[in-house]
Design a protein around this ligand. Structure first.
Ligand code: SF4
Length: 358
């Protein structure tokens, strides 16, 4: 941090000038901004957080903390930026809702609300497009446009709750993009969304899904967030099969991935979530299942088997039900905990790997 000739800190000066991008600010940062810009502290910062994240931000000026201070509110009103992005389209089927958000630079992202037994899960995007190039993924075909800001990531949750009216209690960072390729913005979003004064989504209800970016797994391991859930997209039980489907495997092959997972500090009784998309004739044989069981052992894993959702430009099919059951049974016989997921949302292109047909 540099000090100006007049002794004031540049950091403080920048805080004085900046707009309050409230969706992108963890509460402690908002407290700083309120102190530097407005001479106020946690009392008003927490009130802002509550009004925005719990109530949708429509009536902040009438909140008890601001009602009696019209001068303060008139200044704050001009300073606060609440820009979650413009939801321009929603597509619904069987309770599943895909929504498209237009960002300030006119790029668009997709998010999906998935109904669960008790609450809804929101599948959040972390980038516009993706660099990772997984062959079975529609997003990969868009190429990479840019990473999202924290505010744009949090904005998806804000819109799902306050604009579309869904009770979101679970988050999966499994939408467009590789979360560990946008590590800092995603982790700041986790802090914002986890705050009990605001969105109040528990860490154990957040899942970060990676295609296997080992440095990201290692960084997450150091962040002391043991309750956040880690999902890894596997899709091939040996390096040849996996590299053919997922170029990331050429950078971090299965042995490196396994080493990072071996060292990862899971909480007591914690498990990794593995995703395995079954593609007919590519990765769905009994030998593949046996090799997958060997790769998994002795990691504590819950394995989701997902039939391939056809995407443009990757001309393959999902396996038959019998093939999928046989694959699952081979793994179960080896002691692997398997869940067969019949992918929801195929007809609205909201199934796994299908986001990106905007
Ligand atoms: S599957 Fe995930 S990591 Fe792979 S290209 Fe698609 S969005 Fe990127």
């Amino acid at each position: 941090m540099r000090i100006n000739y007049n002794g004031t800190c540049q950091f403080m000066n920048s805080l004085k000038e900046e707009k309050i991008d409230i969706l992108g600010l963890p509460l402690d940062k908002l407290v700083n901004v309120m102190q530097v810009q407005h001479g106020k502290g946690p009392f008003h910062a927490e009130a802002l957080y509550r009004e925005v994240f719990k109530k949708g931000g429509g009536d902040i000026g009438h909140a008890p903390e601001f009602k009696g201070s019209p001068r303060l509110w008139s200044v704050l009103e001009k300073a606060i930026r609440l820009l979650p992005g413009r939801v321009e389209k929603t597509i619904e089927e069987e309770g599943l809702v895909k929504f498209i958000t237009r960002l300030s630079d006119e790029l668009a992202i997709e998010s999906v609300i998935i109904p669960m037994t008790r609450h809804n899960t929101l599948c959040v995007s972390s980038q516009v497009g993706c660099k990772m190039g997984c062959k079975f993924c529609q997003t990969a075909r868009m190429g990479f446009k840019r990473s999202l800001t924290t505010s744009e990531i949090v904005g998806q949750v804000f819109n799902a709750r306050h604009l579309l009216g869904h009770d979101i209690k679970n988050l999966v960072f499994m939408g467009m993009g590789e979360p560990f390729d946008n590590f800092d913005a995603v982790m700041t979003a986790v802090r914002v969304l986890n705050s009990q004064k605001g969105c109040d989504i528990a860490l154990r209800h957040m899942t970060i899904s990676t295609c296997g970016v080992v440095p990201g797994i290692e960084r997450l391991a150091l962040m002391n967030l043991p309750n956040i859930r880690l999902a890894v997209s596997i899709n091939g039980p040996d390096d040849a099969t996996r590299s053919a489907l997922m170029p990331v495997n050429r950078h971090w092959p299965l042995a490196a991935l396994k080493k990072s997972l071996d060292a990862y500090p899971l909480p007591p009784r914690g498990v990794f979530l593995f995703e395995y998309i079954l593609i007919k004739g590519v990765n769905d044989s009994r030998e593949h299942a046996q090799a997958l069981a060997r790769f998994i052992h002795p990691l504590p894993v819950r394995l989701n088997l997902i039939p391939y959702n056809p995407v443009t430009g990757f001309d393959h099919q999902s396996p038959s039900d019998e093939q999928m059951h046989d694959f699952a049974q081979t793994l179960t016989d080896k002691g692997v905990f398997v869940i067969k997921r019949w992918s929801k949302g195929r007809s609205v292109s909201a199934g796994c790997g299908q986001l990106g047909k905007i």
